[in-house]
Every structure is written in structure tokens, then in C-alpha cells.
Write a protein that binds this ligand. Structure first.
Ligand code: NAD
Length: 324
């Protein structure tokens, strides 16, 4: 296993491992898990140099934060901890609250569940379900205010849609941006839309879901996956092709994401030691050029297909209906 590689997260001064630990599976977002194995996965990751951990109150409706907090007891000083505010429940009508009052209280609740007294990166979770005016004029200022108390160190935003992320960072002060499913074998539009603006402004860019939320695995996507059917079908086809070549599609997908220097870290969701070990093996390994070219050619008909998320006014241009 190669040594971990670290990159600077924008101008935060934080040096983050290029493999980041996505903790949503600890909240059973991809199915039930063994919590003891989840804790072992967290410890294995830290022992091998993974220092960036991402979670949210939404994952497992607080379960992921609680489990991560338990797993990090005694390890907190070794990690950079990122969590979120504003998304809380499954219902798309009532599950969000971007108000200053709620997000301020939310940070205190997260601190308690995570068993810590500071959060390194606090992020507004999925801004596309809110209104840009409120995000810029109320939610972000409330989070910046929390820096004064020392409860949070840096402030960021997260989203699927790239256009809204770009618009918000052009208007407001933001130190990190996280987007998901936008830089991997299926979709690389992050590189065109967001990377230039993040670089120009010195904002730390975080790439989540390098496995396209499990499309790029042998197991395939979970039932709730929002991608159009044709994307999921190509994912299965590519996984079969890789298998026929003696390669696990997840390895190729991780290698592809990790070699991209436009982002500081790629967050992969993990709750098993086996997956941590597999993903660590891709650090510093370039994808096989011929295999990669064949895989990208198979993906080409569905490359960069994006789906609609959030309020209609916040959709990315050209986004198609979910599960269409
Ligand atoms: P992902 O693409 O990382 O896929 C995770 C799934 O793949 C899990 O089911 C996991 O068990 C499985 N897996 C992991 N490694 C594997 C391997 N080597 N082989 C086979 N299967 C493997 O998707 P994700 O978990 O949604 O994204 C990663 C993290 O990014 C999340 O956990 C979360 O922390 C963050 N994220 C944030 C947002 C947001 O803020 N809006 C959205 C999506 C993801």
C-alpha cells in the first residue's frame, strides 16, 4: 500500500488526505451495517493516514454523527472533522431549515453527538433545496459568526448542482465547496464548471461520491439512486466488462478520482475495513490507460448526464428528471 498523499484544502491551511472518509454509510444510508465494523473501519482509515472525515446530521437522521463520534473517541485530535447544517429529514418539503436560528442550534447538537467542542469544516447541506438569497444573506453569515466562538473553523457549502454553487461563491465568502457525483468515471463536469472558480478564489474543493453512489461497484446502485435508468445500466455493463478484464470497477473508479489534482480530497463512503483497505490501494496508482479508454468509451453515451435536484429554479442546465 502506497503512502497517503495530502493536498491543501484551498486557503484553509489544512492538509487533507486525498482519500476522505465519507461517513454516510455509518448512518445506514446504503443499508444496515455492523456498527463495530464501522468503528474498525474508522480506526483503520486513521491508522493509514486518512485524516478527513465528512458526516452530516441528515445521514441516518443523526445516527451517522452519533456513531462517528463514538468511533472518534480518543482519536479526535488526529482528524479534520466536517459536518453540515440545514438538511435533517427525508421529506423534501419539510426536511430542510436554512434559518440562522436553526443552523446555530444544529452546530451545538452536532458537537454533542460528535463528542467534540469544535468542528473544522461546517457546511450548508445541499443548498439547492433552499433559496439563494437566504443562503447568502442569512445562513452563511450565521455560520461565519460561529467562528468567533471557536465552535467552527471554516465554512463551506455542498450541493449536487454546480451552477448554484458557482453563483453563491461569486456572491459570498465561502472557504470550501463540496459537490457529489460530479467528478468520477460517469461525470467530470466539475472540472469545467467549478474547478476554475475554486482555483481563482482559493476555495478548497471536495469531490464526493467517486463511486457515483455505488453505480461504479459490482454491487450496483441502491434502490434510491436518482440517476436515470440508462446511467445505471451502463454502470452495470462497465462493471461486467472490468470483471472480464480481472479488474474491480471500484478500483478503476478510485484511481481515476484520486489522480485528479483539481480537488483536495475525494470522499468515499465506507463502513467496512475491507473497503478502506481496497480504497487505500488506489492511492498513487494511475489507471491502466487502455482499460480506462475502453471504459470511458462505453460510458460516453451517458457521460455527464445530470439529474434534477432541489428547487426547479436551482436545477443545473440540461438536467433530466430523476429515475427517468
Ligand atoms: P460513494 O460513491 O462514495 O459510494 C459509497 C458506497 O460504495 C457505499 O455503499 C460503500 O459501502 C461502497 N464502497 C466503498 N468503497 C467500496 C469499494 N472499494 N468497493 C465496493 N464498494 C465500495 O458515495 P457516497 O457515500 O454517497 O459519497 C461519499 C461521501 O461523500 C458520503 O459518505 C458523504 O460523506 C459525502 N457526500 C456528501 C454529499 C453532500 O454533502 N450533499 C452528498 C453525497 C456524498
Amino acid at each position: 500500500m502506497a503512502d497517503m498523499i495530502y493536498r491543501e484544502l484551498g486557503r484553509t491551511g489544512l492538509n487533507v488526505s486525498i482519500v476522505g472518509f465519507g461517513a454516510s454509510p455509518l448512518g445506514a444510508e446504503f443499508g444496515r451495517i455492523d456498527p463495530a465494523e464501522g468503528t474498525r473501519a474508522v480506526h483503520c482509515a486513521i491508522d493509514h493516514g486518512i485524516n478527513y472525515f465528512d458526516v452530516a446530521p441528515y445521514y441516518g437522521r443523526t445516527l451517522a454523527e452519533t456513531r462517528l463520534g463514538e468511533a472518534l473517541a480518543g482519536y479526535r485530535h488526529k482528524v479534520i472533522l466536517a459536518t453540515k447544517v440545514a438538511r435533517y429529514d427525508l421529506d423534501l418539503e419539510t426536511g430542510f431549515d436554512y434559518s440562522a436560528k436553526r443552523v446555530t442550534a444544529s452546530v451545538d447538537e452536532s458537537l454533542e453527538r460528535l463528542q467534540t467542542d469544535y468542528i473544522d469544516v461546517i457546511q450548508i447541506h445541499d443548498i439547492e433545496f433552499g433559496q439563494k438569497e437566504q443562503i447568502v444573506n442569512e445562513t452563511l453569515p450565521a455560520l461565519h459568526k460561529l467562528k468567533e466562538s471557536g465552535k467552527v473553523r471554516f465554512v463551506g457549502i455542498t450541493n449536487y448542482g454546480l451552477r448554484m454553487l458557482k453563483e453563491v461563491v461569486e456572491e459570498a465568502e465561502v472557504e470550501t465547496i463540496l459537490s457529489y457525483c460530479r467528478y468520477n468515471l460517469m461525470d467530470t463536469s466539475l472540472d469545467e464548471v467549478l474547478t476554475p472558480v475554486a482555483k481563482a478564489k482559493g476555495i478548497g474543493l471536495i469531490n464526493a461520491s467517486p463511486l457515483h453512489m455505488r453505480v461504479l461497484t459490482d454491487k450496483g446502485a441502491p434502490d434510491w439512486h436518482p440517476a436515470p435508468r440508462r446511467v445505471l445500466e451502463v454502470g452495470q455493463k462497465v462493471a461486467r466488462y472490468c470483471r472480464s478484464q480481472g479488474v474491480d470497477i471500484a478500483d478503476l473508479a478510485m484511481q481515476f478520482a484520486l489522480q485528479y489534482e483539481g480537488v483536495a480530497t475525494s470522499l468515499v463512503g465506507m463502513s467496512k475495513v475491507r473497503h478502506v483497505e481496497m480504497n487505500l490501494k488506489s492511492v498513487g496508482v494511475a489507471p491502466d490507460p487502455e482499460l480506462l479508454a475502453n471504459v470511458l468509451a462505453m460510458i460516453e453515451p451517458v457521460a455527464n448526464v445530470v439529474w434534477q435536484e432541489g428547487r426547479p429554479e436551482n436545477y443545473d442546465p440540461g438536467a433530466v428528471e430523476k429515475n427517468s
